[in-house]
Design a protein around this ligand. Structure first.
Ligand SMILES: *Cc1c(COP(=O)(O)O)cnc(C)c1O
Length: 410
């Protein structure tokens, strides 16, 4: 099955009980069973079924199955936000005294999260970029996870999955990848050795900017050393499902970061057009990036551009697709603000993965609280504008950016 067919048909024909062509929104808190024995069995993972929406819901279950099969994982767990997914993917295997190796060029919220985790005795060793060499240099007996974004937001650096996965595995450590900006359309990270994938499904998976959520997917392939990952030991009997079983029965359920059934419905709906949207978004982004290169005083950063240091990796890992985000540098904050304000079709908002083109000046907004070093590591400078390209007609986008740049005249 190819990509778009998978989105529509894999693990989904129609709703089993009614034949409805979409899984309906099961807008309920609890599910009754016909006997005390049956509810006992459901509660103890001995029978399929639902008990309570914080623990499981048919609309969410359908969404999770579709993402798991799309990513070629053994299971997926949906969360209330992308940040919840990132947090819980780590806390499922970490305890006080453990260390994580992570990229310094991460989404601002994730950088803040690693700082929060210090209060619980979990230390993060940041490396400028996650590569085989930098990970090898930081690995030690306390390391319990390697974490990175596949395409950094907004640095747009691309990680070589296979080489990093190999080093992590030699160290007995799982490789957790935030694949939000890449999406399964560019790559299935499990094909290149990643062990756990997380998404902010608020973005390209939902695709319409209509709801916040996240999802964690497990490849089921990591060989857990239960002496090192003590918390997982009681889930050993679940075999390749050990990580997912611990999530479902442990921290994910107990923190209570479940997704709302209505959000799962919107996500499944959006997911069906992921391929169509990404086709258009990647094509628009590349054309806009190439066009903007021609303007004096503007520098363009897009990983699928020929002069990008990530060009070869984009070819080998993503089949040549560079995603939907580019950054441009206008030279100063003043010029960047002017350019942004001159745009007619771009929405000024802090989001990515919408149908509309979105722009933001990261330095004064999402990175406003970052240190100079943190900003530089994330590719954020005074004149940087993040452009999250939408599905508008490319002629209109080009014309709009052209007039916005020409009218900067300071
Ligand atoms: C948006 C985003 C997150 C956080 O997701 P929310 O759904 O906003 O909580 C995490 N990682 C990346 C790469 C993101 O773009």
């Amino acid at each position: 099955m190819n990509f778009n067919t998978t989105l529509l048909h894999k693990d989904f024909g129609s709703d089993r009980s009614t034949g409805s062509t979409l899984t309906p929104i099961y807008q309920v808190s609890a599910f009754s069973q016909e006997s005390a024995e049956k509810l006992e069995a459901v509660f103890n993972n001995r029978a399929p079924g639902f008990a309570y929406t914080r623990i499981g819901n048919p609309t969410t279950d359908s969404f999770e199955r579709r993402i798991a099969s799309l990513e070629k994982g053994v299971g997926a767990v949906a969360c209330s936000s992308g940040m919840a997914a990132v947090t819980i993917s780590l806390l499922n295997i970490l305890q006080a005294g453990d260390e994580v190796i992570a990229s310094a060029g991460l989404f601002g919220g994730t950088i803040d999260l690693f700082r929060d985790l210090e209060a619980f005795g979990i230390k993060t060793r940041f490396v400028t970029e996650v590569t085989a060499e930098t990970v090898r240099s930081q690995l030690n007996e306390k390391t319990k996870a390697v974490f990175t974004e596949l395409i950094g937001n907004p640095k747009l650096n691309v990680v070589d999955l296979k080489s990093v996965a190999d080093v992590a595995h030699q160290g007995g450590v799982p490789f957790i990848v935030d694949s939000t900006t890449a999406t399964p359309y560019l790559v299935r990270p499990f094909d290149f050795g990643a062990d756990i994938v997380v998404h902010s499904s608020s973005k390209y998976i939902n695709g319409n900017g209509s709801a916040i959520s996240g999802i964690i997917v497990d490849s089921g392939k990591f060989k857990w050393d239960f002496a090192r990952y003590k918390g997982l030991e009681e889930y050993k009997r679940f075999g390749k499902f050990a990580y997912i079983a611990k999530l479902r029965n442990g921290i994910w359920r107990n923190v209570g970061c479940c997704v709302a059934p209505a959000t799962s419905f919107l996500n499944s709906l959006g997911l069906e057009t992921l391929g169509l949207r990404m086709d258009r978004l990647c094509s628009n982004a590349l054309q806009l990036a190439e066009f903007l290169q021609g303007f004096e005083g503007i520098t363009v950063n897009y990983p699928a551009l020929k002069q990008s240091p990530y060009y070869d990796l984009v070819q080998s890992q993503f089949g040549g697709k560079g995603g939907a985000i580019l950054t441009i540098d206008a030279g100063s904050k003043e010029k960047a603000f002017k350019l942004i304000n001159n745009l007619k079709y771009a929405t000024i908002a802090t989001n990515i993965g919408d149908l509309r083109t979105l722009v933001i000046h990261p330095d004064s907004t999402i990175f406003a609280h970052g240190t100079k070093e943190q900003k530089e590591n994330a590719g954020v400078f005074e004149g940087t504008i993040r452009v999250c390209v939408g599905i508008e007609d490319i002629e209109d986008l080009k014309e709009d950016f052209e007039q916005a740049i020409k009218n900067i005249d300071l």
